[in-house]
Design a protein around this ligand. Structure first.
Ligand code: SAM
Length: 220
């Protein structure tokens, strides 16, 4: 069993090599959001929150370089409070009101967030049975969480679990989807299929569940 500390060290090494993309832009985040079934852009969602509350607190869990948060900060200035969380620091902290460096499993997540994003990061974190409730607890009333994680990657012709994902993690996600709520927070878990090459003799399936969308909403 790998400890959180060992896992963090492993990812620190991988990211220090700069092999994996951790600089998605606001436009790319909006594309992820659209893939999640959300019709409105992040800018539009933020605008609506500001109309309701004046100040919108946004957290990106596994933010990488936090480009999307930084662009939003330029647009909305003092009307939003931007918080990035990651194992590794971003290239610059400009545009972030807070940056929390560390392993999300061992440090507290800021509370009363209006918007929590986590794109392409949860599969590296694992322990979803405790992490997703931890994220849900950090939402303020009326807050929403948009999470997208990969489950499989194609290695050659074979679909294999990616990062910290495995059968147990997937089961935990599916169970959350069945429960539909974490205390007073609504949870929707939706599988996303990916095609598998049909000439894969080792695997007769034509599609597999390659990732999951997790939507959180704490009603007002
Ligand atoms: C593939 S990158 C995605 C970054 C960003 N969301 C984007 O799309 O540009 C995944 C990020 O998750 C971070 N990460 C992985 N495990 C983590 C952990 N246990 N706690 C905090 N951050 C973690 C990595 O350092 C990395 O920056």
């Amino acid at each position: 069993m790998v400890s959180h500390h060992e896992r963090a060290q492993r990812y620190l090494k991988r990211y220090a090599q700069g092999v994996i993309l951790r600089s998605h832009s606001l436009e790319q985040y909006n594309q992820f959001l659209e893939n999640l079934g959300e019709k409105q852009s992040l800018e539009k969602i933020v605008e609506q929150i500001i109309q309701r509350k004046r100040l919108c607190k946004i957290l990106d869990v596994g933010c990488g370089n936090a480009n999307a948060l930084k662009t939003l900060k330029k647009m909305f200035e003092e009307r939003i409070h931007t918080i990035g969380m990651d194992l590794l620091p971003p290239e610059t902290r400009e545009g972030l009101d807070e940056f929390i460096e560390g392993d999300v499993h061992t440090i507290p997540i800021p509370t009363h967030c209006d918007l929590i994003l986590s794109f392409r990061a949860l599969h590296e974190m694992g322990n979803l049975h405790s992490l997703i409730p931890k994220i849900a607890h950090s939402l303020d009333k009326g807050g929403r969480g948009y999470l997208w994680l990969r489950m499989l990657e194609m290695v050659g012709q074979k679909p294999l679990f990616v990062g910290e994902m495995n059968k147990k993690e997937e089961k935990a996600l599916v169970e959350l989807g069945v429960k539909k709520e974490i205390e007073d927070c609504q949870v929707m878990v939706q599988p996303v299929e990916i095609p598998i090459p049909v000439n894969n003799e080792n695997d007769p399936r034509e599609t597999a569940i390659g990732g999951y969308i997790v939507l959180l909403h704490r009603p007002l």
